[in-house]
Every structure is written in C-alpha cells, then in structure tokens.
Design a protein around this ligand. Structure first.
Ligand code: HEM
Length: 546
C-alpha cells in the first residue's frame, strides 16, 4: 500500500490536483507560495449594487482602448511630412496631405478590419469618458468620497483629467480638418495666457502653428505617457478600493464595520468577466453600426479652412460652449494684448470648476466638521445641500455644453444664433442657482415622504369610503428592512457658534474662523427633516394610522 504525499496549500483534502487549472495553480504555489494570499483575497466580499458597475464600465472600456489602440499604432504614421494620396478612396486621389492623415485614411480603407478598429477605439473612448463621469457623479451624490476615501477621490479626479487629455490628444492625431480646428483653438487658448503664452505656444508646437512637431509629440503623449499614467493610477485606485473595502448601501445587518455582499471568487469574478464581454460587445456593436469621425469626408487640415457645424467629441463640448458664450473682452495693457475673451472661458472657468471638484471632499469635511469614517452611502435626498451643489454644477456644465452646439441648434430649430448665445449667458448664472434651490426643496420633500412612509406605511393606491362618506387611501405597512433603510441616516445639526470668550473673559482662539464655519454649517444643515421618534412611531401604531 502506498501513502499519498500531502500536497500544497489550497487543496484541503490533501489529494494531488487532477485538472489542468489545479495543476497550474499547484505549480505556481510550490514556487511562489501564493495559495495563502490568494485564498484570503479571492474570498474578499464585495457589496452588490448596479451603481457599482459604473467604475467597472470605465475599466473595461479602458481595456478595449488599449487593445484597439495597439492595433492602430501598427498602421498609423505620426508624421507631418507631406505626401500625395493615391489609395483606394478615390475622392482624395492626388490631394496633398500629411502622412498622419494619409495613414488614417489607409487604416480606414486599405487595412483589413482597420475601419472597425478605428471605430471601436473611438467609441470606446467616448464610453470611457462617459463612464468615468457618471461614476464620479455616483461617488459625489452618495458621499462615497468621505473619509477614508478622500485620497481615492483625488486619484480618481487625476484619472478624469488624464482621460480628457488622452481623448483630446488622440482625437488630434489624424490631422484632419476637424481635429486641426480643435488644435487651432488650443493654440489660441495657450496664447491667451498672459506673459508666457507665446513662449508656451512656441514650445508646444515647436515654432509657428501647426508646425511639424506637434503630431509626433501628441503621439508619444497619447500612446505612452498618458496611458502609462492612467494605468498606474487605475492600479493604485483599485488597490485602495480593495484595501479600504467598498462602501455599501444601508440595510439590515450592514454597518460601518462590515461589508455584506458576494465573494470575489467565484461570484464576482464570473460576473465581472461576463460584464467585460458585455461592454466590449456593446462598444463593438456601436462601432459596427454607427459611423464615428469619418475623417475622409472632412479632408486634410489646411489652416485657412474650416467646416461649418464642426463639433468636438462630447467631453470637450463644455469648453467650446464656454468660449462661444463669452463676450468679446480684450485689453491692451502696456503694449500686451490681454485676451480675457479666451482666458476666462477656456482657462479660468474650467480651472474653478475642476478645482472645486477636486477639493470638494475637504471643503465638505471642514464645513460639516465631520471627521468620522463613513462606509455606508448617503441617499442623495438625505444630504440636500450636497445634492443641490451637485445638480447646480451639472446644470452649469450642461448649459456650457448645450451652447457649444449653438450653431447646430440655430440651424436645426431655425433660431437666431445671437439669441441662443444670449440665453446661454443668462441661464449659465440663473440656471445653477435655480437648480440648487429646487433640488434642495425636492430633497426635503422626499425626506418628508419617507417620514410619512415610516409612520403610516406606503400608499396602496386603493381608495375606500367610510360609512360617513369620507374617502381615504389605504396605507400598506412597509417591511422592517425598508423601515430600517429609511431611517438609517444621520440627521446632521449645524455646529454651534463658538463663545467669544470663556467664563474668565479669555477670548476664544480662532474665533473668526469658528464663526465663519458655524455660518456655513447653518447654511449646509440649517433646514432639517427629523426622523420619526420612537414615540411618534408607537403613537402611529396605536392610533391605527399605520
Ligand atoms: C479611469 C477611470 C476610473 C476607473 C477605471 C475607476 C474604477 C473604479 C472601480 C472599478 C471602482 C469600484 C466599483 C465602483 O465603486 O464603481 C471604483 C471606486 C471608486 N472610485 Fe473610481 N474609477 C475611475 C475614476 C474615478 C474618478 C474620476 C473618481 C472621482 C473623482 C473616482 C473615485 C472613486 C472612489 C472614491 C471609489 C470608492 C467608492 C466606494 O468604495 O464606494 N474614480 N473606481
């Protein structure tokens, strides 16, 4: 009789692995000793909610970008050298163009599968930035950025900026009439920077616009520098999500100290794998069916030409709108032109918007004085001021974005371009203020509706008539789980104003700052909808209103 030798960790019953995957895992474990770490980490629990898939869409579309991008680099020529086109697309036959443009047309018409790859790459970029943006909004509106995740918010913000930069660089590579127009605008923006603008422009473009240097430089930025940074940041971002654990929605059994969900292996990995192919499939379907950036219809870039109705990719639209909306304000200051008409809309406005976004978690923590760790997400209605600020920000961005298409709106709806621009100038200020006010009111209204639901149950939609002839709606009781979810949140109170001096007449330190902060918290938490107290709840049960 022979004795069996116990095998490596990971095979609890001590038998040798028989499947190829098991053998491979055993081989690796004997050399790297990974079974212990893998066992611990692969059983890690992740909470489940549809909104947690937004970050995943960003991740998977980035993978699609990398795969399709590698294919494109094999055929794209990042050169501004002039060539005469004589490929299969006959309308461009004999036309002089840069090698960059000619190689992009060749990818579209002469490389097998090239057009599909270009379209997959472009659609994946649009989905990527959209997914990042919506993911960021979900983090914002649910307060997932609060301690201890502020640093991950900043890393995410870095990713957002990198994604915009990466998109713009890629979009500019083919040197077609549309992308060249975008670069011309970028040059104007750089030139508007006081004192150093001209120098920076010459530095970036390697001399006068457009020059021969920019496309090769953008190519290196687009295929190496920014993707490398994005990859590194995504790695740190996900390590932090793993290490700090994922936030979860309030519910019975879910606390700030635990995570309720499904294990990474096998459930989450199987779901994630399937979801990757779903994202890939939808992007491929879009790419196969919907034309995107048909550069052969625009023609090669010629600095003195421009097509009517030209539009950038969606994520640059807000900058376009900001520029189109700005009145013409230009000064001459000791012999230097100060182009506020470009500086303000293209650099100062986005600068304020983006800085506000990056530092919001720190501002909120300061104003509310809340330094606790939070692992349970907020329902947006329960933090009306934050939700109001978020909706105001989106409205501001949205107005800029819409005005970015003022010419198309004018031609499609037979409106005057001037009127649209003027309407935009007014709405860009009034809209966010109104959005903030109405959103807060809606949030308070929803909180009151929740309170009613806890006390009197949900409206059943059944109307009954009493013997006295009175009509009333029947209320059905809600489940314990729902009652818990509707009352799990904190009702925050404003910080009290610091006393000017203590009992001995010693002035309080940093009094002015404390007063300012107290004023902000009053604004932030001033109006509150109290949760039903135990007495109110008991009373509602005994009075039969429940
Ligand atoms: C390339 C871009 C990005 C990728 C691939 C990415 C990916 C992910 C993934 C997969 C998760 C876990 C699932 C989820 O909560 O959705 C996550 C969580 C998170 N992300 Fe991102 N993200 C990106 C950009 C951003 C941005 C722009 C922000 C904010 C400015 C951000 C902030 C966060 C935070 C704070 C968490 C933790 C959320 C929690 O635990 O609830 N991320 N990210």
């Amino acid at each position: 009789m022979t004795a069996t030798t116990p095998h490596a960790a990971g095979f609890g019953d001590g038998t040798a692995p028989s499947t190829p995957a098991g053998k491979a895992a055993d081989y690796l474990d004997q050399r790297l000793g990974i079974a212990g770490a893998a066992k611990k980490n692969l059983r890690k629990i992740f909470p489940d909610h549809w909104s947690f898939m937004l970050g995943e869409i960003a991740l998977y579309s980035f993978i699609v970008l990398l795969l399709s991008g590698v294919f494109l680099t094999l055929f794209f020529t990042p050169s501004m050298n002039e060539v005469t086109y004589n490929g299969s697309y006959t309308p461009l036959d004999g036309i002089k163009m840069s090698e960059a443009y000619a190689s992009t047309v060749n990818i579209s018409f002469d490389v097998r599968g090239g057009l599909l790859m270009r379209q997959i790459h472009h659609w994946a970029a649009l989905v990527f930035v959209m997914a990042i943006t919506v993911h960021m909004l979900r983090i914002f509106f649910t307060g997932a950025f609060r301690k201890p995740r502020e640093l991950n918010w900043l890393i995410g913000f870095g990713l957002f900026v990198m994604a915009l930069l990466e998109g713009f660089a890629g979009y500019s590579l083919p040197d077609d009439l549309l992308s060249g127009t975008g670069l011309r605008i970028a040059e104007g923006v750089v030139l508007s920077i006081p004192i150093i603008g001209t120098y920076v422009s010459f530095f970036l473009f390697g001399g006068e616009f457009p020059g021969h240097d920019l496309v090769p430089r953008l190519f290196t930025i687009h295929i190496l520098l920014v993707p490398g940074l994005i990859l590194a940041l995504i790695t740190v971002h996900l390590i932090l999500v793993f290490y700090q654990k994922h936030t979860q929605w309030a519910g019975p059994g879910r606390t700030n100290e635990n995570v309720v969900g499904l294990p990474l292996l096998p459930v989450y990995i199987a779901k994630a794998g399937g979801f990757f192919f779903l994202v890939f499939g939808i992007i491929s379907l879009l790419a196969g069916l919907v034309s995107i950036n048909p550069i052969w219809t625009y023609g090669p870039y010629v600095p003195n030409e421009m097509t009517a109705g030209s539009q950038p990719d969606w994520y640059i639209g807000f900058l376009e709108g900001s520029l189109r909306m700005m009145p013409n304000v230009e000064f001459n200051f000791i012999g230097h032109t100060l182009s506020l008409n470009v500086l303000i809309p293209a650099l100062i406005v986005p600068g304020i918007l983006f800085t506000g976004l990056a530092v919001y978690p720190f501002i909120e923590a300061w104003v509310t004085g809340d330094r606790r760790e939070h692992h349970i997400l907020d329902r947006p209605r329960n933090v009306p001021t934050r939700t109001g600020i978020g909706v105001a920000g989106c409205t501001f961005y949205g107005v800029l974005w819409v005005v970015g298409g003022n010419d198309l709106i004018a031609t499609h709806f037979h409106l005057s371009l001037e009127s649209i621009t003027w309407a935009g100038r007014v709405v860009v200020f009034v809209g966010p203020a109104f959005a903030f006010w109405i959103t807060r009111r809606i949030c308070y209204g929803l909180q009151r509706a929740d309170r009613e639901k806890v006390l009197h149950g949900r409206e059943a939609g059944v109307i009954v008539r009493s013997p006295e002839g009175e009509f009333s709606e029947v209320h059905a009781p809600i489940s314990d789980g729902d009652r818990y979810r509707l009352t799990a949140h904190d009702v925050h109170r404003p910080l009290s104003i610091a006393q000017a001096a203590d009992a001995n007449g010693i002035p309080a330190p940093r009094l002015r700052r404390a007063k300012l902060r107290a004023r902000f918290t009053r604004w932030y938490f001033g109006t509150r909808v109290e949760k039903p107290s135990t007495e109110e709840y008991r009373e509602s049960i005994t009075s039969g209103h429940h």
